[in-house]
Each structure stands twice: as C-alpha cells, then as structure tokens.
Design a protein around this ligand. Structure first.
Ligand SMILES: Cc1cc2nc3c(=O)[nH]c(=O)nc-3n(C[C@H](O)[C@H](O)[C@H](O)COP(=O)(O)OP(=O)(O)OC[C@H]3O[C@@H](n4cnc5c(N)ncnc54)[C@H](O)[C@@H]3O)c2cc1C
Ligand code: FES
Length: 282
C-alpha cells in the first residue's frame, strides 16, 4: 500500500505538503484542469466528494474539490479550478514543474457504499461537475455494482461546459443516460436550451431504488430538490455538497459553520434529510 498524504502530516495539519504540477489543461475561459503529484509516490488517499486546501506559496490558500476519482489516481490527482480571486488567478499562470501546497484530503465524501445496487441520478450544475466527476468515474469504474446511471448536466452556455471529451464518451455509452442543457444556446449548440430543471420531465425514475447526487450553485439546489422530491425520492437518498467559505478545513476556525455544523468536517456532502432543518443551509 502506498503511503497516504494524511500519514505524512505528523507535525501539523496546517502545514501544506509540496505537490508538483505535472499537467495543465485549459477547459473554458474560466477553468483549468491541474494534474498534481505528491513527492516520493505518496498517494492522496481520497474519497469522491472530499476536498484539499490548495495553496500558492506567498499568495493564499483555498478549498478545492478533488475532481479525479480514487479508481484513476495512478499516483496523481486532478483539480478543476475556476479563476475567481487572489490565489486562483496566480495558479492559472503556473506551469508544469512548479510547486504548490496541499493539505488534506478533508471532509466527508459521498457514501458510495450506500449507493451500490441502486440507480443513480447525477445532477451537476456548472462547476458542480468538477466534484461530481470524481464520483461519476468511480461508479463507471465499477459499473456492474450499480443500476441505471443518469446524468443531467446544466451549464450557462456551451462555452462553459466542462470536460467536453468526457461528456462525449459518456454520451456514447449504452449504460449511461446523459442529458445536457444550456441556459443560453449559440451556433455551436443543437441540444436543449433551458435551466437544468427542464431536463427532469424527460427522466423516469423508480423512486424507491434511486439515489440522487446534485452539486451546483446554491440557487440551483432549491429547484433541483423540488424536482427530485416530486419524483418521490426520499430525503435521505438525495445528496448535495455545501460549499461554505472555509479557512482551516479541519473544524477549528468556525468560518464554515452553519448552526452547529462545521461543513468542512461534517460535510461538504450531506443528505437533504440531514440539513433540511438548518435555516441557513439552503
Ligand atoms: C468545499 C469546497 C470545494 C470547492 N471546490 C472548488 C473547485 O473544485 N474548483 C474551484 O474553482 N473552486 C472551488 N471552491 C471555491 C474556491 O474555494 C473559492 O472560489 C476560493 O475563494 C478561491 O480562492 P481565491 O483566493 O482565488 O479567491 P478569493 O480571493 O477568495 O476570492 C473569490 C471571490 O470571493 C470574494 N471574497 C473574498 N473574500 C470574501 C469574503 N470574506 N466574503 C465574501 N466574499 C469574499 C472575492 O471578491 C471573489 O469574488 C470550493 C469551495 C469549497 C468550500
Ligand atoms: S473551515 Fe475552519 S472550521 Fe471549517
């Protein structure tokens, strides 16, 4: 078994470990895919749905979801990063060979063991495909353990669709039902136009045997939840990720707190049943 990153953090949970950028791929105008490698063959040892605290030395640190799946780690892992502010703007100018800092993996991932044998509806919106891709590929790599795999993906416009090559591959698989939509079409787009919820009337589910996982901007959750509950899914079978402003990532600073929950530790993935009573959650 390779050594995992958490085992190397003996001195301090706050001390980033160096990781080398081995590849950078532009994805859209705003997002790039970074492939990182830890030293001495150390493995990240993550679960789908977890995040790392990523730092650019001398600039800053931010939580970023791990977009690669454990089943495809091969000694490296991937982060899909949107250019949003101080740290991510500098990161976007970095090249293969340069070193960044990584702490983690932190948080609770999705309970994949409770999804085995079930049909799964994945409903990512925009950048939400980045964290969900980790779980989707894990499920596809052990495809025989799951029922139907349905992906309903919504982006603002065709230029903002992430992982286009992978979407194309999923669309060609007979064991994946892929539905995509964009809020605004253009001359390159011949698919449906409308927000993500316009895809749901086309999707029939057997509610009792279906789990749904949705990740997207906060505004999307309320409407996607209404659709999933309307199809009869139980509150405990609907999973989502709560991304709050985080600093420490390890339950110390309180930045990510919602009522009594530290979302960095108890989450970021929660079932709807766990968080529906928390007024500030959704
Ligand atoms: C669990 C988790 C997973 C995430 N996964 C990803 C991912 O996979 N990919 C990704 O690209 N992003 C992800 N994010 C979001 C990412 O952490 C933020 O965008 C982060 O702020 C970027 O850091 P930065 O230094 O570049 O930007 P910042 O300098 O922090 O600025 C980002 C934006 O936030 C605003 N801002 C800064 N400070 C504050 C404040 N105190 N209050 C209100 N607004 C403020 C800025 O004006 C700017 O608009 C994730 C966040 C969480 C919590
Ligand atoms: S980020 Fe510090 S407690 Fe959650």
């Amino acid at each position: 078994m390779p050594e995992i990153l958490q085992d190397t953090l003996k001195d301090s949970l706050y001390l980033p470990q160096p990781a080398r950028i081995v590849d950078v791929k532009p994805m859209t105008q705003w997002e790039k895919l970074f492939k990182l490698e830890l030293p001495r063959g150390v493995s990240l040892g993550h679960e789908p749905g977890q995040f790392v605290e990523l730092s650019v030395f001398g600039v800053g640190e931010a939580p970023i979801s791990i977009t690669s799946s454990p089943s495809r780690s091969n000694g490296s892992f991937e982060l899909c990063v949107r250019r949003a502010g101080d740290m991510t703007n500098v990161l976007h100018r970095m090249q293969p060979g340069q070193i960044v800092g990584v702490r983690g993996p932190f948080g609770h991932g999705f309970p994949i063991e409770r999804m085995r044998g079930k049909d799964i509806v994945f409903a990512p919106g925009g950048l939400g495909l980045a964290p969900l891709r980790s779980l989707i590929n894990q499920v596809l790599d052990e495809r025989g353990n799951f029922g139907r795999v349905i992906i309903a993906y919504g982006a603002r416009d065709p230029g903002e669709l992430l992982f286009k090559d992978e979407l194309e591959r999923w669309s060609q698989r007979s064991d994946v039902e892929l539905h995509q939509t964009v809020d605004r079409g253009d001359e390159t787009w011949s698919g449906p136009v409308g927000v993500i919820t316009t895809l749901f009337p086309k999707i029939d589910v057997h509610a009792r045997n279906t789990v749904a996982v949705t990740i997207g901007p906060p505004v999307m959750y309320r409407f996607v939840l209404m659709e999933l509950l309307g199809k009869g899914l139980s509150e405990g079978n609907i999973w989502l990720s709560l991304e709050r402003r985080m600093k420490c990532g390890v339950g110390k600073c309180g930045h990510c707190q919602i009522n009594h929950l530290y979302t960095c530790q108890s989450g970021p993935s929660f079932s709807y049943a766990e968080i529906k009573h928390l007024g500030e959650a959704l």
